[in-house]
Design a protein. Structure first.
Length: 377
C-alpha cells in the first residue's frame, strides 16, 4: 500500500522534472542567435563555447553529465540541428504567447463588455458563452504546444547522443590508434625495464660486489685494519641503500601515491642538481592516473634536458582546467630535440595512452618547450 506522503512526494518530483524539462527547452531560445553564429564558425572557439552551453542546459534538464563534446567534424551538424529545434521552440512559444494574449483579452471583454481588438469585435459581442466555446480548443492547443516542447526536449537529447557517438570510420581510426599506442607503450616499458636492469647491474650490483670484497678483507685483517675496513663497509652499505632508493624513485615514487603530484614534483625539483623552477596553478585534479602520467612526463623531460640540452635552468608549469591537466616543461638549452627520439617518443606514448596531446617546440638554439595535455576523470 502506497503511503500518501510518498505519493505526494512522487507527484512533486514528477512536476519538478516536467517544469525543468519545459523550462530548459524554452531557455534554449536565448542561445538561438549565438548558435546560428556558431554554425558558421564551427569548429573554431565560438562553436566550442556554444556546445558547452548546450551541454550545460541539457545536463540541467535531465541531470546527466555531458563532459565529452562531439568531435570537431560533427560540431557543425549538431549546432545546425540545435538551431533548427530552437527555431521550432521559438514558434511554439510565440503561439503560446499569442493564445494567452487572446484569452486575456476575451476574459476582459466578457467581464467588462468591452471590445476585442484582435477580432475587431465591437463592445458587447464577446460574452461568457463565447469564452466557453474557446476554452476546450484553447486547452487542447496548449496541451499540444507543451507536448511539442516535451518532444523537442527529447529530440535535443537524442541529437546530442547521435552526434557524440563516433561513426564507423572514427572507430576504425581509434582502433588503429590504440594498436599503435599499445605497441609504443610496450616498447617504452621494455626500454624502461632495460634501464632499471642497467642501473641495478652497473650501480647496485657493483657496489654489492665491492662490499663483499671489503667484508672478506675484514675477516683476514688485523683488528685496527678491520675497524677501518668496517667503517668503509658501512659507508658502502649506505651508498647501496641510496642507489636502491634512487632506482625505486625513478621506477615509481611512493610520494606520488601518498601525497599527490605537487609533492612529488617538489621532491623531483629537490633531487635535481640543476635549478628547477616549479609552479602549480590552481588545484590539481585528483585523478591519480592523470597525475602519474603528468609526473613521468615531467621527470623524463627533465632527465632529457639534463642529458642532452646543455641547459642552465628548467621550468615546470602545471595547471588544471576544463577536466584537463596541462604540464609544460621548458629549458634554456641548445634546442634541436627530435620528437622521434627515444626520450620524447616515450613521453608521447605515455601521453597517448591517456588519450592526451603532446606538443614539442625545440628550434635550433633553443629553448625547448614540451607541453602535455592529459584528460582527467
Amino acid at each position: 500500500m502506497t503511503h500518501p506522503t510518498d505519493a505526494a512526494s512522487s507527484t512533486r518530483s514528477i512536476s519538478r522534472d516536467a517544469v525543468r524539462m519545459l523550462g530548459g527547452t524554452a531557455a534554449g531560445v536565448v542561445m538561438l542567435v549565438p548558435t546560428l553564429i556558431a554554425v558558421a564558425t564551427a569548429p573554431r572557439p565560438p562553436a566550442q563555447a556554444v556546445v558547452r552551453s548546450i551541454a550545460a542546459r541539457l545536463t540541467w534538464v535531465d541531470g546527466i553529465p555531458r563532459r565529452t563534446p562531439p568531435r570537431a567534424p560533427r560540431l557543425r551538424g549538431l549546432l545546425a540541428l540545435s538551431a533548427l529545434l530552437q527555431l521550432v521552440v521559438l514558434c511554439i512559444l510565440a503561439l503560446i504567447v499569442a493564445g494567452v494574449v487572446v484569452g486575456v483579452q476575451m476574459l476582459v471583454a466578457a467581464a467588462t463588455g468591452g471590445p476585442v481588438a484582435l477580432f475587431s469585435a465591437r463592445p458587447g459581442r464577446v460574452t461568457w458563452a463565447t469564452v466557453g466555446l474557446f476554452v476546450i480548443p484553447g486547452l487542447v492547443l496548449l496541451f499540444l504546444a507543451l507536448s511539442g516542447l516535451g518532444g523537442i526536449a527529447w529530440l535535443e537529447r537524442r541529437v546530442w547522443q547521435s552526434f557524440q557517438r563516433p561513426g564507423a570510420g572514427e572507430l576504425s581510426q581509434e582502433v588503429v590508434r590504440l594498436h599503435t599506442t599499445l605497441d609504443e607503450v610496450v616498447a617504452a616499458v621494455d626500454v624502461e625495464r632495460r634501464r632499471i636492469e642497467r642501473d641495478i647491474h652497473d650501480g647496485v650490483q657493483q657496489r654489492v660486489v665491492a662490499l663483499s670484497i671489503l667484508l672478506a678483507r675484514v675477516e683476514r685483517a688485523e683488528p685496527a685494519e678491520a675497524r677501518r675496513l668496517l667503517s668503509g663497509a658501512r659507508g658502502e652499505t649506505q651508498q647501496i641503500l641510496d642507489d636502491l632508493r634512487d632506482v625505486a624513485w625513478r621506477t615509481y615514487p611512493e610520494m606520488l601515491q601518498r601525497d599527490g603530484l605537487t609533492a612529488a614534483l617538489e621532491a623531483l625539483r629537490d633531487r635535481v642538481a640543476m635549478p628547477v623552477d616549479l609552479a602549480v596553478d590552481g588545484t590539481v585534479v585528483p585523478d591519480r592516473a592523470a597525475e602519474t602520467a603528468a609526473y613521468f612526463v615531467a621527470s623524463e623531460a627533465v632527465t632529457n634536458a639534463i642529458k642532452h640540452a646543455q641547459a642552465s635552468v628548467i621550468s615546470i608549469r602545471v595547471r588544471s582546467a576544463d577536466d584537463e591537466l596541462t604540464v609544460t616543461i621548458e629549458d634554456d638549452g641548445i634546442g634541436g630535440a627530435d620528437p622521434a627520439g627515444t626520450g620524447l617518443s616515450g613521453i608521447a606514448s605515455r601521453v597517448a595512452a591517456r588519450d592526451g596531446r603532446l606538443l614539442v617546440r625545440s628550434p635550433a638554439g633553443g629553448p625547448t618547450v614540451i607541453e602535455a595535455v592529459i584528460p582527467c576523470g
